[in-house]
Each structure stands twice: as C-alpha cells, then as structure tokens.
Write a protein that binds this ligand. Structure first.
Ligand code: X2X
Length: 342
C-alpha cells in the first residue's frame, strides 16, 4: 500500500516538473477561439469567416474550434476598435476590412484613395503583389499574423433623394461614412455633409432619414436590403474598394503547433479565395444577376460614362494628393505602377 502511494507521488512530482519545464510558448489550446467580423453569414464577408472556421475545424481534426462573432460584437459594434482589441488579445482572430483598421494602420488607407483602383484586376495587382506583401509585413510588426486577402468590394454610393450623376448632385447630402477620416475628406471635397458612424447605427439612421445616403459594395447593399431603408438611388462609381484581411493574434498563433499553423493558413487562403469569388459575383457586365435583383427591388441604378466618372475624380484629386502623403509616397507610387502594369 505504502509503496504504491510513493509511486503515485513520484509520478505526480514528475509530471509537475515536466509541466514547469514546458517552454513558455507552448500555451495550452483554448476550448474555443473568438473570430470577429462586421457582417454575418448572409454576406460574402461573414460567409468567408464561417468557411474559414469550418475548414480549420476539419483540417485540425477539431483541435482548433472557432466561433464567429459578427456585428463586431466583441467590441460592442465599434468596428474601428477591432484592430486594437485584436492586438490586445480580446479578439483571437478576425476577418477585417482595411477601412476599419486604417485608424490604427495608416498605410491601409491606400485602398480608400479615391479612384486609385479602376477594376478587380487592380485590386489583385495590389493585394497579390509587393504592396500586399509589404502591408502584411507591417501588420506582422503589430502583434498579428495576416494570412490571406479577402474582399468586401467596390463601394457604390446610394441615397434616398435623387440620382447622383455629378458631384453637384451630392451637395449638402447627409452621408453616412465609416472608419478613417479620409472618408470624411472625400465626401467634404464633393460638397456633401458626411457623418461617421458604425454599421449598426447606419441602418436605423437611413430608416429614420437621419442620413440621406451611404456607400457600400453591391453585395452588402443587397443582402442588407438597403432598399427597405429608403435607398432608392444607386450610382456605380467604383470610387474605392475595401479588401478584407484574414488574421490571427500573434500569441494565439504562437500557441499552436507548426502543423496546425499550416492548416489554419491553408484554410484561410482557401476560404479567402472562395469569399472573393462571392464578393464579385453578379456585378459584372457578363454576370449582372445581383444588379438585376437590386433593380427589381425598385432601386434606380445610375451607370456613369467615363467622362462623368472623371468629374468625381477631379473633384477628389486634392484629397488623393493629401492622403497619398499620409499613406506613404513610396507605397502609393508602387501601387500606381503595379496598377498600370496589371
Ligand atoms: O460599415 C461598413 O460600411 C462596412 C460593413 O462596409 C464595413 O465594415 C467597412
């Protein structure tokens, strides 16, 4: 009896010693990891987050379980605080928009320079090239591990008042904008009356008429049913697009085995690729299913001629110039070169 007790004690002491000897980096896995997004599963963005979570569960055989928190609920809906919470470890993972993180990472404002990117190929030239790599390096210096680029999309402008064809049509219009002060600058330059608010606040503001209009990708416009909050006029001007970034908090990342990190990376890349395809579906000349749906809901869609689009570009050229300095002249120059070569 006594012997057995001694053996048991020895065993306990040994395992305690082993426990102490574990390297600091080998933290135990959490039962569940919290993944933040703004939009839910009805949107390409939220769908992509869920897809990532599902693929991770599958590829790690359940070792890593992820729960998606849409509506940036982990930061009470304040999407401009998402990146800070991610750095602090309040959020473990995210699929986040460059707009929402740009208050903390000023280089991400690149994608919001008005009329920098003329088409999807231009977005790819940036995210899949040296500009995207540099941005990932910058993010890696800020306690996060970026794994893949996704897409929210080209942000088209809508309102409840009238068709927008020229900058003058925006005069005095109350516009909801999000995130970085660059959006305020752009809409001020166009003569509008912009106000910054979260996505959660934006929809009631449209419903009550507190604001006249907003800007968001067509997939968001449609899935959020913005025609039901009085958005009757929609202008396709493609002035900016926001990519999404699939990211993991660095401490969390360091707690995983090499094999699991590879699985999480592969899952992010696959989910991001599929998510981008969804974000781009139904809004092009050869596949305009989504646009047709929006029009069938009674929304009047304005398609601009090149000359009409140029008028908006000219009106915002000063903002572009001023913000190119803030983003970093070298980065903007590389972006312009890579877009020209696309
Ligand atoms: O708030 C928005 O407009 C949204 C959903 O597009 C973003 O989070 C950038």
């Amino acid at each position: 009896q006594k012997r057995r007790f001694t053996a048991l004690l020895a065993g306990l002491v040994t395992s305690a010693a082993l426990g102490l000897a574990m390297p600091a980096s080998a933290q135990p896995y959490q039962d569940e990891y919290k993944l933040s997004t703004v939009l839910g599963e009805a949107f390409p963005w939220g769908w992509g987050a869920k897809r990532w979570a599902d693929l991770v569960a599958e590829k790690t055989e359940g070792r890593i379980k992820i729960k998606v928190y849409p509506g940036t609920s982990l930061v009470s809906g304040d999407q401009t605080k998402e990146f800070t919470a991610l750095r602090q470890g309040i959020i473990d993972m995210a699929v986040g928009s460059t707009i929402n993180w740009s208050p903390q990472v000023k280089e991400l404002n690149l994608f919001a320079l008005p009329f920098l990117m003329p088409d999807h190929k231009a977005i790819d030239a940036l995210t899949q090239g040296r500009v995207g790599r540099q941005m990932f390096e910058m993010l890696a210096e800020r306690d996060v591990v970026p794994l893949a680029w996704g897409e929210n999309g080209f942000r088209e402008v809508s309102n409840s008042k009238k068709p927008i064809r020229t900058p003058t049509d925006l005069t005095g219009m109350k516009m909801r904008v999000v995130g970085s002060p660059l959006f305020l600058a752009t809409f001020n330059a166009l003569g509008a009356n912009p106000t910054q608010m979260s996505w959660a606040d934006a929809q009631p503001a449209m419903a009550t008429g507190a604001v006249d209009g907003q800007e968001n990708p067509l997939a968001v416009f449609n899935a959020a049913k913005l025609h039901t909050v009085d958005q009757k006029h929609l202008t396709l001007w493609g002035y900016v697009a926001d990519p999404l970034i699939f990211v993991v908090n660095k401490k969390v990342w360091n707690s995983w085995t090499e094999a699991d990190r590879e699985a999480v990376t592969a899952a992010a890349q696959q989910a991001a690729k599929e998510e981008i395809a969804r974000a781009r579906a139904g809004i092009s000349a050869d596949d305009d299913k989504l646009l047709k749906e929006i029009e069938a809901n009674g929304v009047a869609v304005v398609r601009l001629s090149d000359a009409e689009r140029d008028a908006f570009r000219t009106a915002t050229a000063g903002v572009y110039k001023e913000w190119a300095e803030k983003v970093g002249a070298d980065l903007v120059k590389q972006a312009e070169e890579d877009i020209a070569k696309r």
